[in-house]
Design a protein around this ligand. Structure first.
Ligand SMILES: *Cc1c(COP(=O)(O)O)cnc(C)c1O
Length: 355
């Protein structure tokens, strides 16, 4: 059976090599072998997170730890920065967790402006902010450094940042930026199978967790911390994911992180050039476009479902026909994970063939 290769922005294509690591025989999660596995990958995880804090392994998709962030960190009221499907949803999740939450909503395709955050925080109502660095639904990459500068004025306000579709593709240094909880998922920028997440937590966020009585058990930051000190997880993890992660870290550090960042910039530039020369437009505003995926505005009025269908049937490649309310008005092309100039050029040639 021929596999249809994924160019959707998550889950992304998983290599044979990663799948082979994922399928290694199971070991006990309290064994020395597991502790050595976790101990062995931990320094490289800290390097990618840009932190001296422990990095935790969660057997859940990203939403598990996004909900955990709310339950552990928010004291009373959270400001949710909203610019697309994933960031919009976080407001709803916070309210379902019983927290007071207010939207800082911008139109889809636009970025979160740091001045607006500053104005909202000056009201003194909020103890936490949620931000999605790379809004995968719209292809907007928010200006993290500027936003973190604003947060630095409010040391008592915790900043939670989702880097699901940007982690390891662009430099993000948690400690230097003053991020209090940073998380990523397995199936996007890291190109691992879905169902697993990574996160790290600042001292402020651990303090908040210790004050929060309703943080539950499965995602309790303090349980993660206690177990990580012996290189274990609170409950049985997906051990295959940890092997796959080890294999991926070997690849990342063999390629070199700077080279990995540069590869993402180059493959993204190829997609951008294609969009411009084929008479399409970008959905995301200029200067705030993601470098891991492109949300193409269907300015030519093509039949997007037909394009996606033709591409799959003729070339065995899968693209995304737009997320939620912008389905059909946009389509998304991913260059995250293992993609190269060769593989992205092939995708673009096949798109030309189908248009
Ligand atoms: C995909 C995605 C999520 C949700 O991830 P799940 O693994 O489905 O829980 C959250 N945030 C961003 C930015 C995403 O792209």
């Amino acid at each position: 059976m021929l596999h249809d290769k994924l160019f959707i922005p998550g889950p992304v294509e998983v290599s044979e090599k990663t799948l082979a690591a994922f399928a290694r025989p199971v070991i006990g999660h309290r064994s020395e072998a597991f502790k050595n596995l976790y101990r062995g990958i931990h320094p490289r995880l800290q390097e990618l997170f840009g932190t001296k804090q422990p990095v935790f392994l969660s057997t859940s998709s990203a939403w598990g730890v996004m909900e955990a962030a709310i339950r552990n960190v928010v004291r009373k009221k959270v400001l949710c920065c909203m610019c697309g499907a994933f960031s919009d949803k976080w407001l709803d999740v916070a309210r379902r967790c019983g927290k007071e939450a207010e939207p800082l909503q911008v139109e889809w395709g636009r970025h979160i402006d740091h001045h607006t955050i500053d104005a909202r925080l000056a009201s003194g109502q909020f103890d936490t902010v949620t931000l999605i660095h790379n809004e995968t639904s719209t292809g907007v990459m928010n200006p993290l450094a500027e936003i973190c500068c604003v947060l630095a004025k409010y040391p008592e306000i915790a900043l939670i940042v989702d880097t699901v579709s940007s982690f390891s593709a662009v430099p993000i240094s948690m400690d230097a930026l003053g991020i209090d909880m940073m998380l990523t998922g397995s199936q996007k920028a890291l190109a691992l199978p879905p169902g697993f997440s990574l996160f790290s937590v600042s001292e402020l966020a651990f303090e908040r967790a210790s004050e929060n009585e309703n943080r539950g058990y499965y995602f309790d930051f303090l349980e993660f911390k206690r177990q990580q000190s012996e290189f274990m997880t609170p409950s049985t993890p997906s051990i295959g994911h940890v092997y796959a992660l080890q294999s991926k870290l070997d690849e990342i550090f063999t390629e070199g992180v700077e080279n990995r960042f540069a590869r993402h910039r180059r493959t993204n530039a190829l997609v951008h050039e294609w969009v411009q020369t084929r008479g399409f437009e970008f959905f995301a505003e200029e200067n705030f476009r993601s470098i891991t995926l492109t949300c193409v505005k269907n300015s030519r009025g093509i039949d997007v479902p037909k394009l996606a269908r033709d591409l799959r049937e003729k070339h065995h490649l899968v693209i995304d026909g737009g997320y939620g309310k912008i389905k059909g008005q946009t389509f998304r092309l991913s260059n995250m994970g293992d993609e190269t100039e060769e593989s992205v050029s092939h995708l673009l040639a096949c798109l030309d063939d189908c248009l």
